[in-house]
Design a protein around this ligand. Sequence first.
Ligand code: PLP
Length: 448
Amino acid sequence: MSDRILRVEGDINLTEARQEWMGTLGGGTIEELNADSSSFIHQALSSPCLDVLESCSGSYLVTTSGKKILDFHGNNLHQIGYGNPKVIEAVSHMMRQLPFSPRRYTNKVAIELARQLTSKVPGLSRVLFAPGGSEANSMALKLVRIATGKFKVVSMWGAFHGAGLDTISVGGEAPFRKNIGPLMTGVQHVPQPESYRQLWKDDPDQDVYVALIRQVFENEGDVGALIAETVRNTDVQPPAKKFWQKIRALCDEFNVALILDEIPIALGRTGKFFAFEHYGITPDIVTIGKALGGGVIPMAAILTNEKFNMAAEHSVGHFTHEKTPLGCAAGLAVLKVIEEENLLERAQELGSLVQARLLEMKGKYEIIGDIRGIGLLWGVDLVTDRNSKTRAFLEAEQVMYDCLQNGLSFKVSQGNVINLCPPLTISVEDLNRALDILEGALIKISTK
Ligand SMILES: Cc1ncc(COP(=O)(O)O)c(C=O)c1O
C-alpha cells in the first residue's frame, strides 16, 4: 500500500496506522465517520476523516466522544485561537446589522479593513478581498498578466498555492497535479530550494539557487511573475536571511513581479505581521488569508502597489462574497486582537521556548534529524538515520497517532516532518503540555 502513497503535506488516510487508529474509536464515532465517508467524495488529505468534532475553543478541539485535543494543526488559520470572543462578538453584531453587501455597494467595515491592511507596509497601498487563498493567488496571477502583458510564471516544486486549476498549475505537489490533464501553460517550476541547500552546503546565502532562477529568467526572457511562499509552511523551510533580498533584486532586474504567498503565515505566525518583513524586502503582491477571517469566515486578500492598480476594465476579483461585511468584521477584530495582545512579540517569545525544548529533544533522540522554525511555526524532521537523512515515514505516523491519542494534533508534512503550529494565544502551560506529549511519543519510538 505504501508504494502508491504520495507523501507531501498533511497526513495520509490510507495507511495501516490509520486502520489501527480507527480500531480505537467508540461505536458512536465510527457510525458518524461512516456516515461522513458514505456521503462525501473521498479525497487525499481529507475524507475519510479520523474523528468527529463537537466544539472548539481557544487552543482546543473537543470531539463528540469528549476528547480534548490541543490543536497545533488548525489548517494554519488559528493565529488568535478558536472562537475568540472579540471575533465572535464582531461577527455576531454584523450578522444582525449587515449580513451581506451586494455588489455595487461598499460598506464601512470593508473600507476600514482595507485602510488598516494597506497602512501596514509602505508601498502595499491597494487591496482586493477574496473568499479564499486560492482565489487570492488566482487574482495575483491575473493582475500580473494584465499589468505586465506577460503570462509566464516561475514557481517552486513542493509549494502549495491553493486547489484551483490555476493554483495547482503553479503549485508543486503531486496529489494536486497528477492525472488531472493539461494545466495552465507558461509555468516554469524550479526545484525545491532546500534540495539546493543540501547539495551546496557551503552556500549560506543560497547563491546557487538564486543563480538558477537567474538562468530561468534569462532563458525564458519574458517571465511575468515569480510566485513563492516566503517561508514554506508545510515542512517549515525558512530561507537564508539574504535570499529574498537577492531574489527581489533579480526580479527588479528582469522586471518580474514578485508574488509572495503568505496565506498561512501572515498575521503574526512568524513573529512579524508579514513574514517578508524578516527579510527586509517588499513584494509586488502579497497574498494573505486563513487567519484573516478569525477562524470563522473564509476570507483572503491581496495587497499590492499602485503600479498594479490598472485593471479597471477587468473583473479580477468578481466574487459573490467580495466585500463581505462578516469577513471584514472578523478581519478587523483579528487585527485588534493581534495588536492589543501583542501577539507578534508573543509569537517570538513562545517560539524561543519551543526552540529550546526542541533543541533539547534533538540532543536526546536520534530520530530528530533537524528542527527548523520561525516565530511560532516549527518543523521537526524525523529520520531513521541522521547521516543518510532517510525520512522516517512510519515512525512519524506512529508519533502522530500517539500524540493524537494523548490529546495533541498536528500536521505531518512530506511524510516525516512534524509541523507545529499552535495558536499565538496559547498559554505557556498548554504549550509545554503539548511538547511533553510530543516528547513522550518520541521516547516511545526511540526505545522500540
Ligand atoms: C501557502 C498556501 N497558499 C494558498 C493556500 C490556499 O488557501 P485556501 O485553502 O484558503 O484556498 C494555502 C492553504 O493551505 C496555503 O497554505
